[in-house]
Design a protein around this ligand. Structure first.
Ligand code: GLV
Ligand code: MN
Ligand code: MN
Length: 412
């Protein structure tokens, strides 16, 4: 079998997909179910159909593009990732796994290979939490981690619910039917940029993920008392932003002092009301992202943040409400798929490194319903979630080749 990745075509598709964006290049912003996202989805669907794949979309917009195997009843070998992009992102996060997956399937078809198990490209809806507060909406529903009722009620910053938004976007089926049947997958494999510096630093072209770290998200609402910035004297104030400032530093300290460098915590958004220079902030909303490779340590950091918020509210006489939006366990990759990846790397003479994924991925949830693994390629300086995110053409093509080789091994 002669597997050849069409590198130029893959790179040009990555550029085209980046042009579906609500930010000035090189930044990419593509928020789920916006007109831009819907145009990108239509473009991608057309490309999947052009590759001879049969496309179906479920009620939340997860898109499956199938190459039917000779045994139609056999469990599916899946690959894929996401095409949504956080505000001011780059063009590779998620995209490499989707367009690299499509090119891997095209390369297998060109080689004359015929799979026994169907091979499916899966494009997940809303891996990023930007619009509805929690990430991996599509894979949470596919895996039954989130109920249809709970998903339907999630709201965006304008108060629009998932139910309203997905119907308006044309995804009209039943959310309850998104969950996949047990045994649907034989294997699921996601190609992704590392989003960290290790592969580049070690001069190793491929990472075989063995474990995905545990993510959690807290939403914090702080209510103080507003007023005139000149007239209200300092002893009489209940400034919500000053309380938020203390809490933000407690978040940093909780992660820094956990005893392990694997603990990380970030306050990524801070909405201040009313947001006028001469007005004391009366309300602040924060979102806090907390992760660790060890569940007990991640939960200890959350507990420290909650304890700090109790201390701050007592000291300042204001109200602080914390809401745990998600607290997911880590996932282990399936050793049989990691072994298949290692065999593929060896066959093509490529060096690889076993590693942990500190970012979360839809594969975290796919692990609940399928043997799962992930393949990482390097990204420059480890940068991700920023416009200068970059993966080299050689690394992208290598990732797609090893993906194709492994899909072949898994689908015979
Ligand atoms: C995914 O984008 C993550 O935040 O890990
Ligand atoms: Mn991301
Ligand atoms: Mn991603």
């Amino acid at each position: 079998m002669n597997l050849v990745i069409d590198r130029e075509r893959l790179l040009s598709e990555i550029e085209t997909l980046a042009s579906f964006s609500d930010a000035q290049p090189p930044a990419v912003t593509r928020i789920i179910f916006t007109p831009t996202d819907l145009r990108a989805r239509a473009w991608l669907k057309e490309h999947c159909e052009g590759a001879g794949l049969e496309v179906r979309q479920d009620a939340i917009g997860n898109t499956f593009a199938r190459w039917s195997g000779s045994d139609a009843a056999a469990p599916v070998v899946g690959t894929g990732s996401h095409i949504d992009a956080i505000p001011n992102a780059g063009k590779y996060d998620g995209i490499v796994g989707v367009l690299g997956g499509l090119e891997a399937i095209r390369a297998l078809r060109r080689s004359g290979f015929r799979p026994k198990h169907s091979i499916e490209l899966l494009v997940f809806t809303s891996e990023e939490p930007t619009r509805f507060g929690i990430g991996c909406l599509g894979s949470r529903l596919l895996s039954g981690t989130l109920s249809a009722d709970a998903a339907a009620k999630l709201t965006d910053g304008d108060g629009a619910s998932v139910e309203q938004v997905r119907l308006a976007a044309g995804f009209t089926g039943e959310l309850a039917e998104v969950k996949l049947a047990n045994g649907y997958y034989k294997a699921f494999l996601e190609l992704h940029i590392e989003q960290g510096p290790i592969l580049e630093r070690e001069h190793v072209p491929l990472g075989l993920v063995t474990h995905i770290a545990a993510p959690a998200t807290l939403r914090v609402s702080i209510e103080g008392s507003g007023g005139h910035a000149g007239a209200v004297l300092m002893p009489d104030r209940s400034d919500a932003l000053c309380a938020a400032a203390e809490l933000i530093l407690s978040v940093e300290n909780a992660a820094r002092n956990s005893g392990a460098t694997d603990s990380v915590a970030t306050v990524g958004t801070c909405d201040v009301f009313p947001g006028a220079v001469n007005s004391i902030p009366s309300r602040v909303r924060l979102s806090v992202d907390i992760r660790d490779t060890e569940l007990h340590r991640r939960d200890a950091v959350i507990e420290k943040i909650e304890a700090a918020s109790r201390t701050i509210l007592e000291k300042r006489g204001i109200s602080i409400r914390t809401e745990l939006l998600n607290a997911d366990p880590p996932a282990d990759c399936a050793s049989a798929i990691v072994d298949a990846l290692a065999q593929s790397c060896k066959k093509h003479g490529m060096n690889f490194l076993p590693m942990v994924s500190r970012a979360y991925h839809d594969s975290l949830f796919m692990a609940r319903i399928a043997p799962m693994a992930m393949l990482f390629i390097p990204c420059r300086n480890g940068y991700s979630h920023r416009p200068d995110e970059f993966a080299s053409p050689g690394d992208i093509a290598r990732g797609a080749l090893v993906l194709a080789e492994t899909l072949c091994r898994l689908s015979v």
